[in-house]
Every structure is written in structure tokens, then in C-alpha cells.
Design a protein around this ligand. Sequence first.
Ligand code: G4P
Length: 526
Amino acid sequence: MSFEGEIDRRRTFAIVSHPDAGKTTLTEKFLLFGGAINVAGAVKSNKIKKTATSDFMEIERQRGISVATSVMGFEYQGKKVNILDTPGHQDFAEDTYRTLTAVDSVIIVIDGAKGVEPQTKKLMNVCRMRNTPVIVFINKLDRPAQDPFDLLDEIEQQLEIKVRPLSWPIGSGPQFKGVYDLYGEKLNLFSGQSKQTVEESVEFRDLNDQQLEEYLGTSPADTLREEVELIQGVYNDFDQQQYIQGELAPVFFGSALNNFGVQELLERFLEISPSPQPTEAHERIVSPREDQFKGFVFKIHANMDPNHRDRIAFVKVCSGIFRRNTPYLHVQAGKKMKFPGPTSFMAAKKSVVDELYPGDIVGLHDTGNFKIGDTLSEGEKIHFKGLPSFSPEMFRYIENSDPMRYKQLDKGIDQLMDEGVAQLFKSKTNGRKIIGTVGQLQLDVIQFRLKHEYGASCRYENLPMYKACWIESHDEQELQEFRKRKEQAMAYDKHGREVFLAESPHALRMAQEKYPNLTFHFSSEF
Ligand code: G4P
């Protein structure tokens, strides 16, 4: 196949959700369709259960599994599908956001009973930052769900994106009869028997046909007719361009657990979703169709075996063809590197590959050379735009508790931060290191990994801070004054930028009022 053909047939995306909405279940059903797995339950365990926060062996086991499932590639109807997995646990949200820098589109799963949840909003905000096209799948229709029109309004308002339903539910919970495929004009009936198999759908173009009553019964048939008429009155025809520009989210309904509405979603998704898109670099925009290979590291995974500190760096191919054993420039390190055993991830198995195309993810064996965001190229010194850092929620001073091994501790902290396990700040006044995380689990993982991989011991000291704010001002005098007054609360991030650690919402408000010419940003890019 031609180079262009290989690009056009690739779909690289992530399935994301607020925990428990059904991301894992939907991913698994997609893999079943793609023949990448044979039995339900195969990816189920890629999830750190909430109860396991202190069970380190479990965390380690999960990490091992997630290497295998970090990228799940399969062929479906002539398309090469690459699903990038994201962590199931909320404390690793930053990992998820970073993975979103490597996808061309996203499917957001929403629980039909719960609607938009806090993490759904955060994920959408990250998608919006890069205009990533988003499809919404409203899940769990086999359970009593909110009114579908209310759900659509909620999505429009809370996720700040226009919506267009492409399928429509017929009842929910015990009254759930199925979905009407508005795009393909088909009726998919739900029997609740289809967990492993897919039921045939019937073509049904004219909803006024009396046969609808036979399938659904009088009242649901009438409701469906009314609702579809309303949809056609309220919503414009689906505009694929608007979707690809990230301005419109097509919405599907179904039940991932029951494998219902999933095949329709997968097939429509493959039809309408974008093939690999241009990637923004600081210097210019890189088209996937350029001859020369370019790619960036979006994820680093440490080896589970504590005796081998090597890691796998996951690189997204942005342009050209990545070839095995070919010297590439590691732009940030300024040196050439060759990779004898690049791995690709097909059918949840790793295998060594010779060539990879734009949209593909390649796993490179790394002995500590890579950081998140690093670029590989055939010589061009290009720097892809990453994602800003967001303010952590928890802050701790990290201290050495084994004086004989402070070097190991320093090295361990540096490498874990390169992997993006947490954020590191340095206090301006006393130079102490501060770890910023989303949740307690990250702190536990850092402590555990420092011990097991670096032989270093650390302890944490509580730092009761509310938010880290990146500050900016055109008023140099006011900035100086602020720095002086807040000296104790000032720190530097990993790039040496100034950060104000606000103690409480009140302290932040006071600072904002007192220094009106200062802007306080909750993310590092502005
Ligand atoms: P997540 O990755 O988004 O966190 O969600 P996950 O797929 O793990 O699903 C969360 C729970 O919701 C699971 O139940 C799963 O079986 C259930 N679920 C997913 N899709 C549907 C659906 O369409 N209908 C219904 N009724 N339930 C659904 P669990 O009890 O937490 O886990 P498990 O014991 O089934 O593994």
C-alpha cells in the first residue's frame, strides 16, 4: 500500500471517562470486535481498584499489565486501529492528559444515569485545548437513565460543545428496547442476551411504517417517532467537518456491558473520525505526509523488574516512516540514536517491527535518555508542543531518610519526574524539593518505587497548600513587591518558572485582590 494509503487508514484514539462510567468495558468490546482478544474480561484487570491504594504489589502488577495494554492495535474493515489506554485511577489523571497529546480523536464515555461528572469536564477541557475531535457514548442504557434530551443539554452546557445525536435510545432500564441508528436508519433491538454476540439490526427507514409497533409496542413506537421528529427539528444535519475541528460532538447511546450499540459506534467512528492529523511544533506545523520521520515521546514506562532500571519510551510517529536500526536525532540530547528492537503493539501483544507509519505508536527501549516530550527526527531540530502542567492538588516536601543514599534518591526523583509520575517544585527560600500530585496514590507509588528501583528511602512532610499558580505580570514593580511579600510561598517548577503556592482559596483571593496587575494561572501554559 502507498504511504498515503497507510496514513489514511489509521485511526489513533483514546477512550476516556470519569471512573466507572464504562471506559474499560467499552475498550474491551472494541478489542473483541477487532479480534485482539478472545474473551471478555481480558482487559478488565487494567484498573487499580479504589480499595487497592495501599496494596503495592497490586499496583506493580497493574503497571505490568498496563505496559501490554498501553497501546492496543488491531485491524478492522481495512482500518488500522490504535487505541491508547489511559489509567483507570483518578490519581493518575495527568498520565491520561498526556496520552491525549498523542491521539487524533477521543471517545468520551458518560454514564446515562449520572450524566456529566467532574472528570468528564476536565477531560473535555484538555480535548478543547488542542481542538481534539470528540465522540460521546452514553452508556448503561440497560439501567434507568436520565432523559436523553436532558443529557444532551447537560453535555452542551457543561462540556461547552455542540452536540448531534447519531443514535437514539428507546427507553432505558427495564423499559429499554434498543436504539435507533439515526445515521444508518436502522433499528437495533435489545434483548439483553447479547453480552458476547451481536444482534442483527434491521433497516428501518420510514418510522411511520406500522411495523414499528410490532417491534416496539404502541407507546414506545409513538415516543420514538415524536422524539426523532424533534431531533430533526432541533439539530442540524451532522457536519463531519465541524466534528473534525472539535466544534461538534456526535452522540451515541448504548450499553457497553451488553455489547449493545458498540459495533455501530465502532463502525461509525471509523467512518467519520480523522486519520492522523498535523502536529503542532514550536517551529512549525508538521504534516503526517512529510517524507522525513518525526515523532515525540508521550509516555515512559518503567520496567517492573527492579534489577533492570530500563524503561520503554512510547513514541508517536507524527510524520514519515520510522525504520528499525536507522539513526535518528534525539533533538533535546543532541545525539544520534539507533533502535534495534522497536516494538509495536498489535492485538495486545508486543512484537519487533521494521517500519511504522504516522499515527502508529512505537515502544523504544530506553536506558534513561528520554523525557516526556522529547523529539526524534532525521536531523531537523524540532520541538513538538506538549501539554501544560496543571496545578497539583497535594503538596509534600520530600526528604531523604537514608543519609548514605542521597545520590540514589536524587537520581530516582529525577527519573520518576522525567516519566511524569508527579510534578517537582523547589522552594525559593530554602531550596527544599516539593512533590505535587493529584492524589495520595501517586505519593505511595513514588515512595515504593524509590525504595525498590533505586534503593532510596524518603519521607514526606506535609505542606498544606491549596494550589500552585504560575504568575505573570507586565507590572514589574508590583511583581517585585509580590515576590517580596510572598517569599515564603514562592517556588520554581521544573523549567525554572516562578510559581506561587497559595495556602487556601481565601489566600489566593486576597492575593488576586491586592495585586490586580498580576495574573494567576492554574496551568503552566498561557
Ligand atoms: P471505567 O473503566 O470507566 O472505570 O468503568 P468500567 O468499564 O470498569 O465499568 C464500571 C462498572 O460499570 C463495572 O461494574 C462494569 O461492569 C459496569 N458497566 C459498564 N458498562 C455497563 C453497562 O452498559 N451497563 C451496566 N449495567 N453496567 C455497566 P463493576 O461492578 O464495578 O465491575 P465488575 O465487577 O463488573 O468488574
